[in-house]
Write a protein of this length. Sequence first.
Length: 595
Amino acid sequence: MADATRKTVPDWMRARLNVNQRFLILCLVAGLLCGLAAVVFHFAIEHLFSALWNFAQGRDPKTFIAVMIAAPTLGGLLVGIVSQKFVPEAIGSGIPQTKYAYYNKGGKIRSYVGLLRLILGSLYIGLGNSLGREGPTVHISAAIASRLGRWGFQDASRVQSMLPVGMAAGIAAAFNAPLSALTFVFEELLDNFSMKALGGMVIAVVVAAAVSRSILGEDPILAAHLRTDYQTSAWMLIALPLGIAAGLLGHIFTSSTLALRGFFKRRKSFPKWLLPASGGLSCGILGVGAYFLTSRFGNAQHSVFSIGYESLEAAFENELTVPILATLLLFKFLAVVLNYASGGSGGLFSPTLFLGGLLGALVGIGFTHLHHVGNWVPHFPADDKVIGACVLLGMGAMFASVIGCPFTSLIIIFEMTGNYDLILPLMAGNMLAWQISKKLRPIEIYNSLLLQDGITLRALPAYRGVRDYRELPVQAIMTHDVFQLKASHTVGECLSRIREADKRFHGYPVVGKGKKLLGVITHHELRENEPEVELSTLLTGQKLLSVTPVTTIRDAAHRMIENDYQQVPVVSPADPEKLLGWLTANDIARQQNAF
C-alpha cells in the first residue's frame, strides 16, 4: 500500500520539498480548490432555485402548486436512488461523515463521494428542499483535502491531518467566516487546540475565504443594519429569556429530528430509496402552504423552500408581522425535520440560524410591545432596529443550542452579519442556550447521528479523557453488531457455528422466535454441556441482567460488578426483549484507559 502511495507523489516534489513544505503547498491548493467548490455549490443552488421559482410564479395557481410540490419530491427521489445505489455517504449534512472518516478511516474520503455530494446537494436544495449548504460544503471540501493528502503523502497521519484543513476551508468559504471556521474545527472535530493543526488550517482558510470573497463579494452573507448605541444592561433582559427559549426550542428540534430519523430507520417495509422523496413531498406541501398563508397576511414568503435567507433579512428590518413570523417558524421547523430525518442531502447550519432568527424576532416584538405599554426598561430603545438586534441574538442562541459549539456560535454571528455591538448579551444568551441544551441532551446532534447509525464513538476525543466517561450513555461504547445464538439450536450446532464464523467470545446473547432476547450463555457453559442439549434448556431459571442505551457507563459498571457479570445485553427501553447491542467489561476498561 505504501508503494502505491509513493508512486502518486511526483519525483520533483519528493526531491525538492520536505514533508512540511509539501504540507503547506497542499494547504494552499486545498484552500483554492475548496473555495472554488464552495462558490460552485453556492451558485448551483441559488440559480437552480431562482429558475424554479421564476418558472413556477409565471404559471396559473394550480400549475404553481403542482410545480412547487413536485420539484422537492423529484430532488428527494434523485437523492434516494443515487445514495442507495452508489454513495450512502451523500445523505445528511456531511459533518458526521467527515468526523467518521477522520477518526475511523484515517481521514480518507473517496473523491467521487465529494463530487456526488456536490451534485446531489445542488439538486436537492436547489429544487426547494429546506436544508442548508454549509454542511455539504464541509464534506465536499474534506473530500478534496483527503484526495490531496493521499496524493502528497505516504504517512497516514499526514493524510489524516489534511481533513481539518478541508473542513476549515469549506466553512470559511460557505459562510464567508474565516475565524469561526477555525473555532468550529477545534470544537467539533479536534476537541483540543494545536498550533501544528492551526498553521495549515489558517493557510487554507485565508485562501478559501479570499476566493469566495473575490467571486461572491466582500459583503457579509446577511445584511444586518442594526443600531450602534446599545445599553448592555437593558439588552441582558432580552438575551437571557431568549437564551432560555432558544435552548428549549433547540432541544425540541434536535429530539424531533433524531426521533423521526430513528423511526424511518426502523421502517423496514418502506423502500429506503423512497424516503427522501417523501420528505421532499412534505416540504413541498409545507412550503406552498406557508406561501399562501403569508400572502393572506400581506407579505408572501417562500423561505420555507431552500435556504431561506430572504425572510431572515426581512426580519432584520422588521418587515414581517407576528403571524408571518409564527407561520414561517412552524412550517420551516417541520420542513427541516422531515427533510433531514427522511435522508435528504443538506445541512443544519442555515435552518438553525433561520429558526433562531425568527424566534428572536418574535421575542423582540413581544418585548417592545411590553415596553411601549409600560416603558419599564430604562435605556431601552423603541425603534424598528431593536427587532433586528433580537434576530441576531436568536440566531446565535439557536446555533449554540442545536450545533453545540458555543464559541463558534459567537464568532459566526459577528462574521455573517458584520455587527459586533451586542457581544455581551450575545455571549450570555448563547451560553445559557448551550447549557440548557447540554443538560437536556448531553450528546450533541452530530455525535447522536453517528450513534444512531451504529457507529462507535470510542475514538472521538469528546468521548475520551477530556470528559468524565462514566456519565456517558452506554450507547457511546457498546457493540452494535452482535453475534447471536438461537435458543432452538443445540450446543453442538452453536459451537460449530462459532468456529466457522471465528466468533469466539466470553458470552453470547440467545434469542428465540422473532429475535426476542431470552438470555445469555457463556462459552464455558457451552463447552461443559453435551452437544445434543438445546440452548433453551440451559436458560431455564436464568436471572437476566440487561441495560439500555441511555444507561450511564457508571451505572452499567456497578450492576455488572454487583452481579459478577463480564458482559450484558443492551436492550430497548420500551421493549426489554429487543436486543440492540452488547456491552462488555473490556469496553468499559478500554474507555477508562483511552488516554
